[in-house]
Design a protein around this ligand. Structure first.
Ligand SMILES: Nc1ncnc2c1ncn2[C@@H]1O[C@H](COP(=O)(O)OP(=O)(O)OP(=O)(O)O)[C@@H](O)[C@H]1O
Length: 242
């Protein structure tokens, strides 16, 4: 097995607020890890630390073998190309068509591509999420579920080795949530990506994750597979499965 992310004793505070107190985790290649936890426990802060959108205070964050906290800007940019981050709202640019949103992702990372190659990449990533027809639409014309799919297509276009999903199914109806979870699985199988999935959606965790961790007071309180945790006698853990 190859470890793609390893975090050791990560700490992060904002002024007096200690958000992450002692985070330790390992993510292996091809594995999906779901992180559960009450609102405000620091799940988003943790994923942002992994790509240094938030600067950690202490600890080690090894991404593909290198410590993200010690990288210069160039190394950080290179690493960020390999780590896709799917934000909660999909974060599409409203004034751009779907095609332009996807092309911009490539331009932003200064990857040189010929026009034909760029067109093919855009089309392929839209096909991957089942939305080839939406290529000329504006984000305002898309439903919430479609926006999430396009957000994922935009992440996939860079062919990341790791994907960080921040609440990929929040705000969606159960059927569409199921479709997004199915898509997360398909991506993992097709590209052998490794993912961290922050979610409140237990169905999503059950469908997608090889391992689950429950966060509480800035650290992981419990961990295991879905079936292991679902059989736990601990009241705090049980609460997630009731
Ligand atoms: N840039 C920031 N500056 C100050 N405080 C912050 C910042 N970012 C996050 N926080 C605080 O850190 C805590 C954890 O926030 P975070 O968004 O990680 O929670 P979460 O577990 O992802 O919650 P949710 O499930 O509701 O999305 C919150 O108290 C939040 O107010």
């Amino acid at each position: 097995m190859e470890t793609v992310i390893e975090i050791k004793h990560l700490e992060k505070s904002f002024d007096q607020l200690a958000v992450l107190t002692d985070i330790n985790l390992k993510l292996e290649r091809g594995e999906n890890l779901a992180i559960l936890g009450k609102s405000g426990t620091g799940k988003s802060v943790l994923t942002k630390c992994i790509v240094r959108l938030v600067q950690a205070d202490k600890g080690e964050i090894l991404v593909l073998g290198n410590d993200i906290l010690k990288m210069d800007d160039e190394q950080l940019n290179e690493t960020r190309k390999k780590v896709g981050y799917l934000f909660q709202g999909g974060a599409l640019y409203d004034s751009m068509t779907v095609r332009q949103n996807l092309e911009f992702q490539i331009r932003r990372t200064q990857m040189e591509k010929k026009k034909k190659e760029l067109r093919e990449l855009v089309e392929e990533s839209l096909e991957n999420v089942g939305l080839a027809d939406a290529i000329n639409k504006m984000p305002a014309e898309l439903s919430g579920g479609m926006k999430k799919r396009i957000g994922l297509a935009r992440t996939l276009i860079l062919k990341p080795q790791i994907i960080l999903y921040d609440e990929p199914t929040t705000g969606l109806d159960p059927v569409t949530s199921g479709e997004i979870s199915e898509l997360i699985l398909q991506v993992q199988e097709k590209y052998n990506t490794s993912s961290i999935i922050i979610t409140h959606d237990m169905k999503c965790a059950k469908m997608t994750a090889n391992q689950l961790k429950i966060m509480k007071d800035g650290k992981f309180y419990a961990e295991g597979t879905f079936s292991q945790l679902s059989e736990s006698d601990d009241q705090e853990v049980k609460a997630y499965f009731s």
